[in-house]
Structures are given as structure tokens and as C-alpha cells.
Design a protein around this ligand. Structure first.
Ligand SMILES: *[C@@H]1O[C@H](CO)[C@@H](O)[C@H](O)[C@H]1NC(C)=O
Ligand SMILES: [Zn+2]
Length: 713
């Protein structure tokens, strides 16, 4: 015992500033993990979900702002909703009265003046993409230098790897560091688990942890001395395995497989191709491959049969976790959309096959004798909790948006669950498009869950990462195959006293195996971190420097390789055709890049469809969706196409289709507005040629809304 230098009271802690930190509301284990950050070192804080990482980071930011001249703190998050959440719940309440704090997300205007926003504030919370854009943008109002930032906080920092945007930001840092350029910001990473990156052995897991450390140029810190306090504050939920036996008879599944076999024999499989077992992820990978092959070879029967087989396989995957009727309905829905316009005999064959079997399939799906036993187990798990007499809140995590909708339907139509007072709704990720929720809808659902008018949330596991959801008594992972990181994050939701974390799976089935592997990987992650932490500072430092040098070199080589590949092919020699029917659609040179979107700027493209702003654009012949119309600068309406919906060809060569525009084998040029509007002028009747390109935006807006002709563009 000695006198604390701060409060001058008798104090047992060896931690400097102990009392001040306690006053701030930090537990001792949080004080322990921030110690090195307070000394200015780069660290990653590793604390479990619910351990208060963000609060610890707020304290580091506070001390940093108080002690560093011209301090500038940047907080990076990987999801838009976290910008608001961190601002409202953490940074603004604790620092807002003393410091200037701004939040910027893709949704507000500030992103267009991001450079200025950063200049004028002391703390900025934003998504990583916004900072990255600013770092590489040369325009003054938008530009930010890494050296302008003095403390860079990276939330969920295990995403700092590969080509993820966190890593792109950090690579700029690492390049500067290796060149000896200064100043550079201090780094503070936060994570509940760095994972093992797919490694199954300790040595490989250690390598992965070191790689994350190298990418963040940081040591990894966890609660040691005060680990027992952490355990008390963040208790681990009790885990229960609910293992069910296989169905003895499965006539519905058998019938689906027999239909798939009919398709197999019709499609003319390449002789070198042996498909994996139906109803597995591996089979899915196979048919995805076959479809690509069909597109590349312009072999429509192969491509279309493969597409349909994927739907059947989806139905089998649904049969495996949900009700048979859910599996049936997913096929029925698919075919009801296909019914309108078969364009050749392949379409007719596939359509007829389904229609001939439809009645029988539905009858089999309704035969309750063969219903999925996992649903029974899920039901009894929920009933145990909700009939226990304890006021309860529960979450079910499941894989896809489709499956959570099916589960909701099941809960709402299940008498026993309704009688137990279960009030359920779904929670999905926020985003654009009809299948997502808006942030407001999300907030409303979470509010109802907090108030008690809802007591069961059914959610996709990725959707809820980082959402501020009240403590639950029961968390069920259902029909999920995820990695160890998602598993830990989900179980972290079961935080109420005596909470349970349940897991429903078929004995020896794939989810069962994955769950056990994940448990092992979680263990392995801990061991790997332990190893890294016991390295001597010299050893650690030389290891991560070596990894950093390697990463920088690899990036350079890769960029060069890509540039070479692209320069060999000119955009104009490429032809994009519809992936569904191979109708030629555009030339590669019609596509231009505008703010991360790929636009077809050829005015003639218009004739493909009668457009309405905001709608989807699809093929007139086969109905394949091509992309969306977007409004740019509130004026121009432009076709934003997704390359995954097109086949690629150039004279004398067929190319494999690609998923993302960045993978096309030619260079897509930046959009040149002036050129575009010179082309458009004839249609619009308004002269834009006098407007300089740089001052284009604001003027464009007013001019265009003044011109009725332009609205028809
Ligand atoms: C359908 O689901 C059940 C229950 O999960 C499973 O036992 C069966 O193997 C599945 N059928 C097929 C063909 O995959
Ligand atoms: Zn088409």
C-alpha cells in the first residue's frame, strides 16, 4: 500500500492514475489494458464482447487530447451504424463538453469536405472507407494526410487484413514507417478476437496473430493481472448443446435429389466433372463453377441448368435447417418468376420439370411425420426459457435473410410458442435495397426489444455485429456455419445473469463439427496470443518488421501485375453481353468510373429499357437483372451496372465472368463529365461546355433542375 499520487488516498493499485481512471468508470482490467497506450505505444486491445473496449479507448483519447499539442483523434469503424453509436453512446457524452467531435458517414454531406471537417475538429468518427478515400484524394477540400492524425483508433481491428479497407489504410502507414517518414499517428486497435485466420495449428495461428500485429504495427494486450475481475464482470454464458438425430426417412429430400439427377443427365456435364454430394456447400461451389464455365463457353444449357441446380441445392440446405415447406416455397417462388418468358428449350425443360413435380413436392413437404427434428429441438429450447417464469429476452442467430424470415413465420404460426408469450421480430443489417432494414427500422426494433414489447429477435449473425442490443438470457445459434470470431461475438450477447448459449444441430452434422472446431479455434487464438505476448520486444519487433516489408513488396508486385495485365487489353476490345441470354449489351469502353460506381455512359444504352429513376435495369429478352439506375448530383440519371450480370468476351477469346469490376481484365477510365455532357448536349439542349470541369458540381445542379429537357435524360 502507498499513497496514490492523484487522490492522495491509500491505494493498493500499482497503476498510475488508478483513481482518475476509476473515477472515469473504468474497471481495473480496463485500466490495465490501456496502460501502454497511455505511454504512447501502438497497441491492440483484446477484450471479450461486453468488456468495454470502446470506453477504454475513449479514456485513451481523452488523455491523448489533454496531453498532446494539436492532437487529432480519428476513430475508424467498419459499419455505418457504428459511427452514430460510438458518437452518441461513447465519445460525445464523455468528451463532447471539452473537445470538438464530428461524425462522418457515407450518409452525410460532410464527406464531400472531409479534409475541412478534419481540420476543424479534434475527434472525427467515420467509416474507414471515408478516411481511405481522403488519404488518396488530391483535392484540397477532401484530402487528409496521415501525419495530420495523432491517434488512430480502429474498431473491430481484426478486419485489418488482406484487401479489407482497414488494411489499405494501414498499408499507407506501414509504407511510411518503413521509409522512416514521420510523424505518424499512434495506433489503438480494438478487437474481441483476432481469430486464427483459418489456421488449425498453433504455429500457423501465431503467424496469423503476428500478421494482424504487423498490419496494425501494434503489440497485442489483454487483461492479465486483473483477468479474474474481467471474468466476474463479463461472465461466460453456460453453453448447451442440443443435438438431434437424423431423420429416419426423408422422402421430400429424396424427391428433390431425383429431380436434380434428371437435370444432371440433361445438361451435358463436361466429362472431367464429378459433382459433389447434393445438399452440401461443396456441391454449391461445383454448380457455381459450372455456371461460370457455361457463360464463358456461351453454352446456355449448361449455364442455365447449373443456375437452377443451385436453387435446388438451396432448397436442400433449407430442408436441413428449417421446415420442408420453407424449402418448397423457396423453389416455388423462384419458378413463379421464371414462368413469364422462357426463351429456349432449356428454359422450357426446367420449367416443366418443376411444374410436373410441384404437387407431389408440396404434398411431401406437408407430411409432418418427416418434419425436421431440429425445429422441435429449437421449440423446446425456447419453451424452456420462456416458461421458466423469469422475464426473458432471447436472440436466434441464423444464416441468411431468407432463413430468418422463415423462422419468424414459424414462430408466429406456432401455437405453443405463442402461448408461451413469445413476441418475435427480425433484425437484419442496415443497407440499401428492399431486403435490408433502414437504420431507423433497426433502432425501432431494438427499442421494442429493450422495452419488452418484443422478447425474441431473429437475426443474421453478421447483421448484428456491434449493434447495441440489451442483455439476453438465451442466445441460440441455429443452422449456422460461421468462423470462430462470429461465434464468440454471438455468445457474447448472452450476458444476463445465468444466461445460456444454446446450439442446435444434428449429431455429427456439419454445424456440429463446425461448432466444435470453432471452440478449438477460440482456444487456439488464446494460446497464439499468449505466445506472441511472451516474445521478447526485440524478437517481436524484428518479426513484425519482416512481415511488413514482405506485405509492402507483395502489394507492389501485385499492383504491377494487375497494371500489366490490363494494359495488354484495351477496354474497347471487350464486349459485355447479358449473362442470361448472351445478347451483346455494351463495349468495355462504354463503362466509366464515377465515385466507386461503374456507369454505362453510352447514350445509346438508353434504348434498352424505358427507364424510371431508381429502378432496376434488366434484360428485355431474358429478364436478367443488370443493375440499377442511380441519380447523380440530383440531376443525371445513369445506369449503374453490376459486372457479375455479364459475360465478357474479346475478339478470338472468351473470358471467365468476374464478380467485381475491379477484377475485369481491362482498365475502366474515370468519368469525364465534360465529355459526357458534350455528348448529351444534343439531347438536353443545354450548353455545358463553358462550365469548367472542376467547378462543375454546384452549377450543374441548378442548371439542370432549370432545364425540363434534362430531366428526361
Ligand atoms: C433434409 O434435412 C434432414 C434434417 O436436417 C437431413 O437429415 C436430410 O439429410 C436432408 N436431406 C437431404 C437430401 O439433404
Ligand atoms: Zn438477357
Amino acid at each position: 500500500m502507498s499513497f496514490c499520487l492523484f487522490c492522495l488516498e491509500l491505494c493498493s493499485s500499482r497503476l498510475l492514475r488508478h483513481c482518475e481512471m476509476a473515477d472515469f468508470g473504468l474497471h481495473t482490467y480496463q485500466q490495465e489494458v490501456v496502460e501502454r497506450a497511455l505511454k504512447g505505444e501502438n497497441i491492440i486491445i483484446w477484450l471479450p464482447t461486453g468488456g468495454g473496449k470502446t470506453r477504454a479507448a475513449v479514456y485513451v483519447a481523452k488523455k491523448h487530447l489533454e496531453t498532446t499539442p494539436n492532437a487529432k483523434v480519428m476513430v475508424l469503424v467498419n459499419k455505418v451504424h457504428l459511427v452514430d453509436q460510438h458518437y452518441n453512446k461513447e465519445f460525445e457524452p464523455y468528451l463532447g463538453h471539452t473537445f470538438i467531435i464530428k461524425k462522418v458517414s457515407g450518409e452525410n454531406k460532410e464527406k464531400d469536405f472531409f479534409g475541412l471537417v478534419v481540420q476543424q475538429s479534434q475527434v472525427v468518427i467515420c467509416t474507414a472507407q471515408i478516411l481511405y478515400n481522403a488519404l488518396i484524394n488530391k483535392e484540397e477540400a477532401r484530402h487528409v494526410e496521415l501525419s495530420d492524425i495523432t491517434l488512430l483508433i480502429i474498431d473491430e481491428c481484426h478486419h485489418t487484413q488482406k484487401e479489407e479497407v482497414y488494411n489499405k489504410v494501414m498499408r499507407l502507414y506501414v509504407e511510411k514507417k518503413l521509409k522512416g517518414e514521420k510523424p505518424l499517428p499512434q495506433i489503438l486497435g480494438l478487437t474481441a478476437s483476432p481469430g486464427t485466420g483459418g489456421a488449425k495449428t498453433l504455429d500457423k495461428a501465431v503467424e496469423h496473430v503476428l500478421e494482424i500485429c504487423a498490419n496494425l504495427d501494434s503489440a497485442i494486450v489483454s487483461a492479465k493481472e486483473y483477468a479474474s475481475e474481467l471474468k466476474e464482470v463479463v461472465p461466460r454464458p453456460r453453453k448447451i448443446f442440443k443435438i438431434v438425430k437424423e431423420r429416419i426417412k426423408d422422402p421430400f429430400g429424396d424427391h428433390l435429389i431425383s429431380m436434380m439427377n434428371t437435370i444432371h443427365s440433361r445438361m451435358g456435364l463436361p466429362p472431367d466433372f464429378r459433382l459433389k454430394e447434393c445438399g452440401t456447400q461443396e456441391y454449391e461451389a461445383d454448380v457455381v463453377n459450372l455456371e461460370q464455365r457455361g457463360v464463358q463457353e456461351k453454352n446456355r444449357p449448361l449455364a442455365q441448368c447449373a443456375l437452377h441446380l443451385r436453387q435446388y441445392n438451396d432448397a436442400l440446405l433449407i430442408n436441413d435447417t428449417l421446415r420442408m415447406i420453407d424449402a418448397y416455397r423457396s423453389l416455388e417462388e423462384y419458378y413463379s418468376k421464371k414462368r413469364t418468358n422462357p426463351i429456349d428449350e432449356t428454359d422450357t425443360f426446367l420449367l416443366e420439370l418443376f411444374e410436373e413435380n410441384q404437387v407431389e413436392l408440396r404434398n411431401l413437404a406437408m407430411d409432418s411425420r418427416f418434419e425436421n427434428p431440429k425445429m422441435d429441438e429449437l421449440q423446446s429450447t425456447l419453451l424452456e426459457q420462456f416458461r421458466s417464469g423469469v422475464p426473458s429476452r432471447a436472440i436466434i442467430f441464423s444464416k441468411t435473410r431468407k432463413s430468418i424470415h422463415c423462422l419468424k413465420d414459424w414462430v408466429l404460426t406456432n401455437r405453443a410458442l405463442q402461448e408461451a408469450g413469445i413476441k418475435a421480430d427480425i433484425l437484419t443489417g442496415a443497407g440499401n435495397g428492399i431486403t435490408y432494414m433502414t437504420q431507423n427500422e433497426q433502432a425501432e426494433i431494438i427499442k421494442n426489444f429493450r422495452m419488452g414489447s418484443l422478447n425474441l429477435l431473429i437475426s443474421t449473425s453478421v447483421a448484428e455485429e456491434g449493434l447495441d442490443i440489451p442483455e439476453c438470457n438465451l442466445v441460440v445459434r441455429y443452422g449456422l456455419l460461421t468462423n470462430e470470431i462470429a461465434q464468440q461475438q454471438a455468445s457474447g450477447r448472452a450476458r444476463a445473469r445465468n444466461a445460456q448459449y444454446a446450439f442446435v444441430a444434428q449429431a455429427g452434422g456439419r454445424e456440429d463439427r463446425r461448432e466444435r472446431i470453432n471452440e478449438y479455434l477460440e482456444e487456439l487464438t488464446g494460446q497464439a496470443i499468449g505466445r506472441v505476448q511472451t516474445m521478447t520486444p526485440q524478437e517481436f519487433c524484428s518479426k513484425i518488421t519482416q512481415l511488413q516489408e514482405m506485405a509492402v513488396t507483395c502489394t507492389k508486385i501485385e499492383l504491377k501485375r494487375q497494371a500489366e495485365k490490363r494494359s495488354r487489353n484495351t477496354a474497347s476490345s471487350f464486349q459485355l453481353s447479358c449473362r442470361g441470354c448472351f445478347t451483346p449489351v455494351a463495349s468495355g469502353s462504354d463503362i466509366k468510373l464515377v465515385e466507386n460506381m461503374y456507369i454505362n455512359v453510352n447514350p445509346a444504352f438508353k434504348s434498352f429499357k424505358d427507364w424510371e429513376p431508381g429502378c432496376k435495369i434488366s434484360c428485355k429478352k431474358c429478364n436478367k437483372k443488370w443493375g440499377n439506375e442511380i441519380k447523380y448530383m440530383k440531376c443525371a440519371i445513369m445506369p449503374n451496372l453490376a459486372i457479375k450480370n455479364f459475360a465478357l468476351g474479346s475478339p478470338g477469346q472468351e473470358w471467365p465472368p468476374v464478380k467485381k469490376w475491379k477484377d475485369v481484365p481491362f482498365t475502366v477510365e474515370d468519368f469525364n463529365f465534360k465529355e459526357y455532357y458534350i455528348i448529351k448536349r444534343a439531347l438536353c439542349g443545354f450548353s455545358y461546355s463553358r462550365i469548367s470541369v472542376h467547378r462543375f458540381a454546384p452549377q450543374m445542379l441548378s442548371l439542370c433542375s432549370a432545364s425540363p429537357a434534362c430531366q428526361n435524360l
